[in-house]
Design a protein around this ligand. Structure first.
Ligand SMILES: NC(=O)c1ccc[n+]([C@@H]2O[C@H](COP(=O)([O-])OP(=O)(O)OC[C@H]3O[C@@H](n4cnc5c(N)ncnc54)[C@H](OP(=O)(O)O)[C@@H]3O)[C@@H](O)[C@H]2O)c1
Length: 323
């Protein structure tokens, strides 16, 4: 029987269990994928901890890469042997084998390995919708990207730079600052020590056109204070906790600002949207403009340790689990 990481109650990393699971034939519209690599994302910790509730018991993980073993009725685009990757599937990627909706999968280009596929899909599709759609970056824009040395951060900083932006990144340590500078950041702010908004004003004058903020609670006010008039805050994550309620009048006082709380699922609602974002991501990676940095790998069965390290801010770039 294949194995998967599952949890029966929400809590810390210790709730994750390595269990035998029955994986049958794919249902109509599904394919069965044997994973070669699985991606770790901060959202997995929200599912495990209960911030984003799931019916229990549950599997975990939304990003992976592997080989198609079988296809269900009505699936025309995939066949056994195809190399595939995905970043917006229903939860369950932390598994040796999984049945997945075919319309969530993309064919992995031959030039990209399985580990790279698992490291780049959820994080890269997120960077893609944020930078190309939520606030489309224009050449000459200054933008602020929090947690610049993290999974989404390292991809987004390189991509924003490639789009012609002046990229300001925030990180917690000198070592992370060095990494961020090598991956697209023109300026790095140590947000654990420096006043972010003040430094952004010193660098830009009137503030940035957009802030991409996956940190949430701890950075929300500094993000608003870093924007130019009519600037856009995309608050897309809660690594430090969820942003508390706020008064919309704040936005008028601080310069007719825009705030959005975007989610990848709403930018991949159709097959066309998913394919278009995927094509943009594969292009920017295959061209070498964005390098996918796998900074940590763990055995799939050791997912709990990956979660401990991610939540303790010990990781940089992408983290991959190996079945
Ligand atoms: N809405 C969406 O569509 C979407 C999609 C993907 C990801 N996300 C969000 O994007 C963010 C980044 O995801 P990721 O998987 O790439 O994670 P990550 O950036 O690799 O890890 C999170 C980083 O956040 C920073 N951080 C700041 N305060 C923290 C705290 N109190 N605890 C832990 N970390 C803290 C840390 O960097 P420093 O040490 O440098 O501070 C840490 O490395 C997450 O909030 C995630 O939920 C949202």
């Amino acid at each position: 029987m294949p194995h998967a990481i599952r949890f029966h109650q929400t809590g810390g990393p210790e709730v994750l269990r390595w269990e035998e699971v029955a994986v049958g034939d794919p249902a109509p519209g599904e394919v069965r994928v044997r994973h070669r690599a699985v991606g770790v994302n901060f959202i997995d910790t929200y599912h495990r901890g209960g911030l984003y509730p799931l019916p229990l018991p549950s599997g975990l993980g939304r990003e992976g890469a592997g080989v198609v073993e079988a296809v269900g009725a009505g699936v025309a685009d995939f066949r056994p042997g195809d190399r595939v990757a995905y970043g917006s599937s229903p939860v369950g990627a932390y598994s040796e084998v999984s049945c997945l909706p075919a319309d969530r999968l993309l064919k992995l280009p031959d030039a990209l390995g399985f580990e790279t596929g698992a490291a780049m899909m959820l994080k890269g599709l997120t960077a893609a919708y944020l930078l190309l759609h939520t606030y489309p970056v224009r050449p000459g824009d200054a933008v602020l990207i929090h947690a610049a040395a993290g999974g989404v951060g390292l991809i987004a900083c390189q991509w924003a730079k490639a789009l012609g932006a002046t990229v300001i990144g925030t990180v917690s340590t000198e070592a992370k600052a060095e990494l961020a500078k090598k991956h697209g950041c023109d300026h790095v702010i140590l947000y654990t020590r420096e006043d972010v908004a003040q430094r952004v004003r010193e660098i830009t004058g009137e503030g940035v056109a957009a802030v991409y903020d996956g940190v949430g609670k701890d950075t929300f006010m500094a993000s608003l204070d870093s924007l130019r008039p009519r600037g856009v805050l995309a608050t897309f994550g809660n690594a430090s906790g969820a942003v508390p309620p706020f008064d919309p009048l704040l936005l008028s006082r601080k310069g007719s600002l825009f705030v959005t709380r975007p989610v990848l699922d709403h930018y991949t609602r159709t097959r066309e949207e998913t394919e278009a974002l995927g094509a943009a991501l594969f292009d920017v990676v295959l061209s070498g403009k964005v390098k996918i940095e796998i900074e940590q790998t763990y055995a799939l069965a050791d997912a709990a340790q990956a979660h401990r390290d991610l939540e303790a801010r010990k990781t940089t770039g992408s983290t991959v689990l190996l079945p």
